[in-house]
Ligand binder design. Structure first.
Ligand code: ZN
Length: 224
């Protein structure tokens, strides 16, 4: 109860005062649309690798890859706030930015957007799926529909952060299942927050293709 009251009090304070930027910690002016300030958004580094695969010498089930930003310490703070501080608007903005950045021919032949799913227990504790928030922003900027239930994570794979390349691939092997009724015959744009080795998105792409998807391309807010 006390904790609830504290949460309520801090929500009330945040309502009346423009919040601090979660990246640079300066108080934002006016009524910002996200808890990350405009100068931090513009200081994030663009991914200028022009669609190169996450690991160039590896083969993937997805055919193309694009990321908007490079994973820097600053960007990591924004991702952390998105994942753990209940700030979904950061994800939506990442989706808009992604949509404005990637070339039109990357997404215009795609039929739908599918976010990389969370395991259901994690979804419950987080309250939302951060990749889905990015997918919603990307949908608003491209007009493509988001298929929220197309993919399911069938077991809790924990965090990939502490694992090396080969363990990452093993950890997520066959951890996803796609719904053929939703994806069969479709070209899918798969969306995630951060792509490192591409193991997770590769497994998702395999599941989508197994369920009859024609092609899978990957768009992520950042690459490591
Ligand atoms: Zn800032």
């Amino acid at each position: 109860m006390i904790v609830k009251l504290k949460e309520l009090a801090s929500a009330a304070v945040n309502f009346f005062l423009p919040p601090f930027c979660v990246v640079c910690n300066t108080r934002q002016r006016g009524w910002p649309s996200t808890p990350v300030c405009d100068s931090c958004w513009s200081a994030f580094l663009s991914d200028d690798m022009g669609g190169r695969m996450p690991v160039p010498d590896r083969s993937y089930a997805f055919t193309k890859f694009r990321a908007r930003y490079l994973m820097t310490d600053e960007f990591q703070k924004a991702v952390h706030a998105l994942k753990y501080n209940k700030m979904p608007s950061i994800g939506r903005k990442m989706g808009w930015e992604l949509g404005a950045f990637i070339p039109t021919d990357f997404w215009s032949q795609m039929d739908a957007i599918v976010p990389v799913p969370l395991y259901h227990t994690r979804m419950r504790e987080r309250g939302y799926n951060q990749a889905e928030m990015i997918a919603i922003g990307l949908s608003e900027s491209t007009g493509l529909n988001v298929l929220k239930k197309a993919l399911k994570r069938t077991r809790d794979t924990g965090t990939q952060t502490a694992l090396d390349k080969s363990k990452r691939a093993y950890n997520v092997e066959k951890a996803f299942e796609a719904n053929p009724a939703l994806v069969k015959g479709k070209r899918i744009l798969l969306v995630d927050d951060v792509v490192t080795t591409g193991s997770t998105t590769d497994e998702c792409a395999k599941a989508l293709l197994t369920a009859g998807a024609l092609e899978v391309r990957v768009a992520s807010a950042a690459r490591a």
